[in-house]
Design a protein around this ligand. Structure first.
Ligand code: ASP
Length: 355
């Protein structure tokens, strides 16, 4: 009997300590929707409003999970589902096209608590590539899978598969056509099952001249801290517009486009992927935090404004530490972004003169 009460008392103390520990972590979420030549004039008031609304919706989807005590990984997935389904962003539906007129998508996710990670590249069928990356992490012995093998694995895991017409958007198609024409390259046939050429009327929102900046806009990413103090990061993209089929960027490369460790920070990147891979941008930022004791904003700025710029790369990152410090850093005119911490107010930004 005495032993029973001792056990109950010990449990009570442990629970109180656990609760106290949990209470010290307020959740935080930081989202990006791509960096590039994103300017007020080109976006216009309507485009500006539409992007801010979408970024808010995605952030709130993750926040809802965190507020209910959910995990950072679940919040990453929920946030990116919204952006992957939103035609405004270059991920899932709305992904840019390869030079052959296909959507080849890349994605990755990382758990800061365990350093487990999952990634997929060149997938064409899975509606939510971030969930496929998560399935690779949780349900396979691998970290990375590519192409049809990855899609097939997703189908077997019950992940929704879609035809090319699901991922197709008229605005991305027209941007591809414009780019290929400018480069004197052949224009591929429109994908099967999509509506015929609309003539001059483009029905889907087409807010800025992407052909002026062929590096794609709208890669999506999120970094999250949950109430248990765990970090997670995820990134999802269609990659570069007009890319050669088979090209893979930084977004599915752990340590380049995505990284999370409870020891240092969580990062998701967007930009000219080849440079981000060469610099191992996401891991580099976390290493500066961990081994040099740098503040997250300083670490992110060091990598983006010094190391990346030295190579003439462009793009940006979002970053978050286990104690809830956040950072945005980008060397482009704009980066779609949002952040929200428990009990605070959401901030959404687009241009480089905003907070
Ligand atoms: N980083 C992505 C890639 O290189 C593209 C982007 O973020 O805009 O595939």
């Amino acid at each position: 009997m005495k032993r029973f009460w001792l056990a109950v008392a010990t449990m009570a103390v442990c629970t109180a300590a656990g609760a106290q520990q949990a209470a010290t972590h307020k959740w935080t979420i930081v989202v990006h929707g791509g960096a590039g030549v994103i300017e007020r004039v080109a976006l216009g008031p309507e485009g500006d409003k539409a992007y801010r609304k979408s970024l808010t919706e995605a952030t709130m989807a993750g926040a809802k999970i965190l507020d209910a005590g959910g995990t950072a990984l679940d919040a990453v997935e929920a946030t990116l589902h919204v952006l992957e389904d939103d035609p405004l962003f270059n991920a899932g539906r709305g992904a840019v096209f390869t030079a052959e007129g296909k959507n080849e998508m890349d994605s990755s996710i990382m758990d800061g608590a365990t350093l487990k990670a999952g990634a997929v590249a060149g997938v064409t069928k899975t509606r939510h590539p971030i969930s496929l990356a998560r399935a690779v992490m949780d349900k396979s012995p691998y970290v990375m899978m590519v192409g049809p093998g990855a899609d097939n694995f997703g189908a077997k895991q019950g992940l929704k598969q879609e035809p090319p017409s699901w991922f197709f958007t008229e605005s991305r198609w027209q941007a591809l056509v414009k780019q290929l024409a400018k480069e004197g390259k052949p224009i591929p046939p429109r994908p099967e099952g999509v509506p015929p050429e609309p003539g001059k009327t483009v029905p889907v929102a087409f807010y800025y001249d992407e052909a002026a900046d062929p590096r794609s806009h709208g890669t999506t990413g999120v970094v999250v801290l949950d109430r248990n103090g765990n970090l997670a990061a995820g990134t999802s993209t269609g990659g570069l517009q007009g890319k050669m089929p088979g090209r893979v960027g930084d977004s599915p490369i752990i340590g380049a486009g995505t990284y999370a460790s409870n020891q240092s920070c969580a990062v998701s990147a967007t930009g000219s992927g080849e440079y981000f891979i060469r610099l191992g941008v996401a891991r580099e930022i976390c290493n500066l935090v961990r081994f040099k004791g740098m503040k997250i904003q300083d670490a992110a700025d060091e990598v983006i404004h010094h190391e990346l710029e030295a190579l003439h790369g462009d793009g940006g990152v979002i970053a978050l530490t286990p104690d809830g410090q956040t950072a945005f850093s980008f060397n482009t005119p704009g980066m779609f972004r949002a952040r929200l911490a428990e009990g605070g107010k959401i901030t959404v930004g687009i241009y480089n003169d905003e907070q």
